[in-house]
Ligand binder design. Structure first.
Ligand code: FE
Length: 236
């Protein structure tokens, strides 16, 4: 199997949310796609270990928020890479309730859909939920949606282990060329982002040529928002 071929499949990036008996959660997904237009239906693929997956199974409802390409990394850090069993992800995020009382993330979001589950397909590690759209809203018609390719190539993010598209980096043929030579690079253990001193973190005011040690103490991972203490030096 050539795992690099999987990177040629295009995806968007979304936050999927649900609530059951007053407990709400959400996660970052890249698998959401329209399956029919009449009736309008969308499918999502959700890891069974994902807390939100249990909430969707029980409530029979989920919302999909399409992330803005211009969104800050911290929204992905908040909704991805962490479990809703540990924190209330909505405490720090802007959201609304749909007419059917599904929580909908609106922060850094350009459109959303509220769906009622019509079918569930067990695919082994994941549940495929097919939902009929019962409400939706376009929040910003001019903004570009964030794609997985943009997130990976421009924002240097990677899929968390629960994602259906997660690929063990050691399986990639060009793995060695991607991380070598390391030149004092550091990897974020939470999300896989690699800090490269030769590149810096210009978006957040860190000039190229800044060593990891010289990053300010309050600098955080531009992909997931983790502190410097979550980083580990890449071995040569
Ligand atoms: Fe990170």
């Amino acid at each position: 199997m050539n795992f690099d071929a999987f990177f040629k499949i295009s995806y968007g990036l979304y936050v999927i949310s649900s609530e059951h008996e007053g407990i709400k959660s959400g996660y970052v997904a890249n698998t959401a796609f329209q399956v029919t237009s009449e009736p309008p239906q969308i499918a999502i693929s959700c890891n069974k270990n994902n807390f939100t997956c249990h909430l969707i199974e029980r409530s029979g409802q989920f919302s999909i928020s399409i992330l803005n390409q211009a969104s800050k990394a911290d929204i992905i850090g908040l909704f991805g890479y962490k479990s809703g069993t540990d924190i209330n992800k909505f405490e720090k995020a802007e959201f609304i309730y749909s007419k059917a009382s599904t929580p909908v993330l609106t922060q850094d979001c350009i459109a959303w859909f509220d769906c009622r589950v019509k079918q569930v397909v067990d695919t082994g590690s994941h549940l495929l939920f097919i939902g009929e759209i019962i409400e939706n809203e376009l929040l910003d018609k001019d903004a570009e949606p964030l794609t997985y390719a943009y997130y990976r190539d421009v924002k240097k993010g990677s899929a968390p282990k629960n994602a259906p598209t997660y690929i063990d980096k050691s399986k990639l043929k060009d793995h060695e060329t991607k991380i070598s030579p390391t030149s004092n690079k550091y990897v974020c253990l939470a999300c896989g982002y690699i800090y490269d001193p030769a590149v810096g973190d210009v978006e957040n005011g860190i000039k190229a040529g800044t060593s990891f040690e010289d990053l300010p103490d309050d600098w955080t991972c531009p992909t997931c928002g983790s502190l410097k203490s979550m980083f580990e030096a890449l071995e040569d």
